[in-house]
Design a protein around this ligand. Sequence first.
Ligand SMILES: Nc1ncnc2c1ncn2[C@@H]1O[C@H](COP(=O)(O)OP(=O)(O)OP(=O)(O)O)[C@@H](O)[C@H]1O
Ligand SMILES: [Mg+2]
Length: 238
Amino acid sequence: MRLLYEGKTKKVYDYGDEVVLEFKDTFTAFDGKKVEEVPGKGEVNAKFTELLMKYLESKGIRTHFIAREGNKVRARKAEPLPLEFIVRNYAYGSLLKRLPILQKGQKLATPVFEVHYKSDELHDPLLANDDPVAAGLLNPEQAEEIRDTTLKINEALKELFKKAGFDLIDFKVEYGITGDGQIILIDELSPDAFRAHKGGESYDKDLFRKGASGGETLKRYLELLGELERVIQDELQG
Ligand SMILES: Nc1ncnc2c1ncn2[C@@H]1O[C@H](COP(=O)(O)OP(=O)(O)OP(=O)(O)O)[C@@H](O)[C@H]1O
Ligand SMILES: [Mg+2]
């Protein structure tokens, strides 16, 4: 076992065809300028990733998820694309800066699909949708597949969150290419990577960004996790 990569919130270990993502007990915001350790946070994000990736698999989306144990997720290894894909259903975050005619929190007439280049130094800049193909990172078929899959993920998660009483505001996903050329969903799906609202309150990392402690933030994560688990249980039984 070899440490492949250590990021701000995860360690990634190489096991040949597989990787193990070890989720750290760390909250980070503002490109790592605000940091707090909260025992149990890593396991909660690993549980979100398990729950949501299994759910997406049941909707026909290929993911890297294999199994979870505590704060560790076993997954298929893939060559990560240096890109992040975001879908927004409501106006928050960087969209407000780009399109100042929007009111904060406004429901968008149609979901917005964004591609960003992963670079901490450049603060993950927004790309034009044609850029990944122009740069040779994706062929046109792959770019289309990723867009379709990401919008399909949005529809599936939006509906799931709605049933649990939450609005899915936006989310970020990453993809990788497997040894046999498949594009699969990788990394994590957790409130570090999406926004969820209920009754005007955040149940995601915005709490931490806006001054809540890591402990308070984690309590909200757990509340959301419980509600999502309940809905998925009901769906399986119904
Ligand atoms: N199945 C996988 N195979 C290979 N690499 C993966 C897989 N899933 C996730 N990764 C990579 O593991 C890393 C996770 O680390 P982490 O999210 O902590 O990094 P980070 O500090 O957020 O920095 P980054 O901006 O690279 O995400 C990411 O670079 C991600 O692309
Ligand atoms: Mg990351």
